[in-house]
Write a protein that binds this ligand. Sequence first.
Ligand code: ADP
Length: 735
Amino acid sequence: MRRSARIPLRPGVLPRTHIPSIGALAPSAQRSQRRWNATATGAHDETSLRPIDSILIANRGEIAIRVNKTAALHGIKTTTLYTDPDKHAQHAKSSAYSFNLGPTSAYLDQDKILRIAKENGCQAIHPGYGFLSENADFARRCEQEGIKFIGPPASAIDSMGDKAKSKDIMEKANVACVPGYRGSDQSVEKLESEAEKMTYPVLIKAVRGGGGKGMRVVMTKEEFRDKLDSAKSEARNSFGNDEVLVEKYIVRPRHVEVQVFADQHGNVVALGERDCSIQRRHQKILEESPAPGLEESKRRELWDMACRAAAAVGYEGAGTVEFIFDADSGAVYFMEMNTRLQVEHPVTEMVTGVDLVEWQVKVARGEKLPLNQEEVVERIARHGHAIEARIYAENPDKGFVPDSGWLEHVRLPDQGVDIRVDSGFVQGDEVSTNYDPMIAKLIVRGATRRDALRKMARALEDYEIAGPVTNVDFLKRIVRSTDFMEGEVETGYIEKHKQELFPQLTVTGEALAEAGLATYFQNAWSRQASSVGSSPSWLQTDSDFQPRTFNFQRADADSGPGKTPEVMSVSVQQLSPGSFEVTSNDKVWEVTATWEAATKTLTTYFPHTRHTSRVVIPPPERLNPTVGAPIHLFSPQGSFRLIPAPPSWLAKALGTTEKANSLLSPMPAKILRVHVAPGDVVKKDQILLVIESMKMETVIRSPGENLTVKRVVHSEGETVGSGVELVEFEAPEEA
Ligand code: ADP
């Protein structure tokens, strides 16, 4: 009683007036009207339930591993799938049975997946997220084949899968939507005139879109047609459908979403909300619960709307109702419902103590929801604050373009009840260009938001990844950013805090000294490969006491026409075993240092401090001949990626000096469109080519004014690797 007095509104036990009239809903919604009883939890007669003892996991990576974990806890047998490029992927090793589907795109091969499920006696299919998880046809086929699709009925996926249709349903259920045009007249003229009516800025969205794809912000009328073209082309490529809607662009929005759960008995509960406002490319990178600074009454209003949304489409299982919250006016609008488990579901698990995958299986069996709304509220009150950081192979300094490559070194933070890592990769795996570049999710919980943020900052400090470029350092900067710590979140946060989040970092003298020492040790170690033990136990020879100079460049330094990356020199001389004189950044340091090759740990006693750092120097077979081997230094002063600077004679021999006039591909990609030809003189920022990577289009623009195109190296349709020459310009006239 005490608690319910504090919590007057319980979304799970809505008064009847909240339930939309049957006539206004999709036919499937009528089912949810049968009963609406959030207290109907309790024991079941096992024999009345659908048996789910064996599940096929129709997904890959961390989510497949995640589902498998819960299945293992409950004695459920699992079958996993993989494709040719995923042959060695961790998820395929997480179950006793795993089947090869063949080509890269085969996670979408419904026939094969259903056949494997039947042949292996799987009673249910868990679709994870992405791939077939929101495919109504697939859900329908599962139903027809007598296999339980772990998710909502196909009709609910249909209703919610279309951004236009779902909004019509929501408006009928009295849930507010962003003002916009969602009509079937898709002519350019109509769309343009609708945009004009709602006044700029507007947002074009692919009706079938997801993951931020097929979405363009249009600031002025002049941009409209270009943006429409590119949104449509991206939508066609990604979803095979280029219908769009146009809506008012909210200038200072927050993304707040509600985790809902519904069972087959008409019960719906909200498991709290998540704020996912920290986004880049309209995609989330940090998610937290509860949403910071949201009034209790507002939270309840959101939960209430979310439960109504789920009820309106006869929902079953886990779903997320996304809202856009106008930080200026305080208005909240329905955005869309995702009819599956979300990437960020662990945040909710942390603040409710509920295993959402376990609930999915229970609901699929026909059980009632294990908790009612009041019980959920009590749990949320006890569990504090949780936050998730998505760790991607991508380069924040280059517009967050995806990266790929071997994970040369991975060191995870210590995990426990409050720190969790969900990952599909281990050290030695390859992050390939075939699939999403998310490496892992780091989730932490704290008693308060501040506590959670401190733990997140520390855990990110301890998270080391060498190989592809990652966003780990960028995430560290966000979680320490003052406004973020104050809870001042909005979807434009990254853009607004550019200065703070993209600082020009210099490599410190100490860091450079450490890079030099580690390279020295590594070279000495290689020479002594036959001896065992760690430094300085090898037999020192005269050559170990010779002075050496190493030249480095920043691996992420800007290169290209007219840009010569700075060369940083460090000289190292061993004076007596383990004692060195090191010169870097015009400073001379007398230091002692030890190197433990097995753990890549360098301990350096500078005159004023001791540093323990990890230095990852890739083995020779991983050397990239064009860019050099990146050395990853994780030091107390920050992490740095360095490459050995090529000696000038080598640059000449390879002809790489000419590359100064070339534009290189920032990532492995396919050439979609070429806009220039040899002889063209281009202005700064003029579009040269459009390339595509991970179904995302990137426009390559001219880096300078009045450059003459000498050669376009590749034609449309060709694929290129990262760092490969795209356009060569005429050498500028000598001044
Ligand atoms: P997707 O399904 O591709 O993820 P959403 O419709 O969920 O697309 O929108 C993704 C993100 O785009 C939201 O989280 C929000 O940041 C932003 N967004 C969506 N609609 C609007 C809008 N009308 N105004 C401003 N930002 C929006």
